[in-house]
Design a protein around this ligand. Structure first.
Ligand SMILES: [Zn+2]
Length: 199
C-alpha cells in the first residue's frame, strides 16, 4: 500500500486527501473520510490470489538469489502450496520480472553491443548438433557476457526445469535476462521488484 499509494493520497470517491486504514480480513484499505476501499494488489501478480503476500515475496526472493532458476516443485515444497499454484506463481513472477526489466534498446552511438545466438533444444537444420555460439564468436570477450548468459540459461533449463515448452520459453528468457542485466548488483534485485509496483 505504501509503495503504490504513499502515506496518503486523494480518495477517488470523495476527492479528499486521506489516510487509508487496513480493512480486517480483506486486502483493502479504507478512506478515513468516506470509507471507500482501495485494493493495493489490484493489477499486480498478487491480485485475486489466496496465497499470502509473504509467500509471494519469499518466492520472489528465491528468484533473485538463484542463478539457474526456481522449479515449481521447489516452490511447492517450500511454501506448501499445490504444484499447480506453485507453477502459476512462478510464471506470474517471470512475467513481472520481464515487465520490470523492460524492452528498452541497448547500446547507442559508440557503444559495443555483443550479439550471439543459441539453440534451445532440438537440432538446427542441416547442422546436426548445434553448439552455443558456434561460428559467431563475440566481438568483445567478457567472462560474464553473452556466452555466460547462454550457459546459465541452458543450465537452468536442463538442470532446474528439465522441460520447457516452446510456448513458455520467452518467459524463462525474460527471467534470465532480468538477472543477467543486474548481475553486478544482485543485492538490489528483490528491492527493485518490490518497489516497482507503480500506481
Ligand atoms: Zn474518501
Amino acid at each position: 500500500m505504501r509503495t503504490r499509494y504513499g502515506k496518503r493520497h486523494d480518495c477517488s470517491k470523495c476527492g479528499k486527501s486521506a489516510k487509508f486504514y487496513r480493512v480486517k480480513q480483506r486486502r483493502s484499505y479504507a478512506c478515513e473520510h468516506c470509507g471507500a476501499q482501495v485494493y493495493p494488489t489490484a493489477g499486480t501478480p498478487f491480485d485475486r490470489t489466496r496465497t499470502s503476500l509473504r509467500d509471494w515475496f519469499y518466492v520472489m526472493f528465491l528468484f533473485c538469489t538463484t542463478r539457474h532458476g526456481v522449479a515449481a516443485k521447489e516452490v511447492e515444497q517450500q511454501i506448501g502450496v499445490t504444484y499447480k499454484t506453485a507453477w502459476r506463481m512462478c510464471h506470474e513472477i517471470r512475467k513481472y520480472m520481464a515487465q520490470v526489466d523492460g524492452d528498452t534498446p541497448t547500446g547507442g552511438q559508440g557503444d559495443v553491443v555483443e550479439v550471439d545466438e543459441t539453440l534451445v533444444g532440438g537440432k538446427s537444420e542441416g547442422q546436426g548438433n548445434f553448439r552455443d555460439g558456434e561460428g559467431v564468436g563475440p566481438a568483445v570477450e567478457d567472462v560474464n557476457g553473452l556466452e555466460g548468459f547462454g550457459s546459465q540459461l541452458k543450465c537452468g533449463i536442463n538442470g532446474t526445469h528439465i522441460h520447457v515448452s516452446p510456448q513458455h520459453l520467452a518467459k524463462y528468457l525474460s527471467e534470465f535476462e532480468f538477472r543477467h542485466s543486474r548481475r553486478y548488483a544482485p543485492h538490489a534485485m528483490l528491492e527493485e521488484l518490490l518497489l516497482a509496483f507503480q500506481r
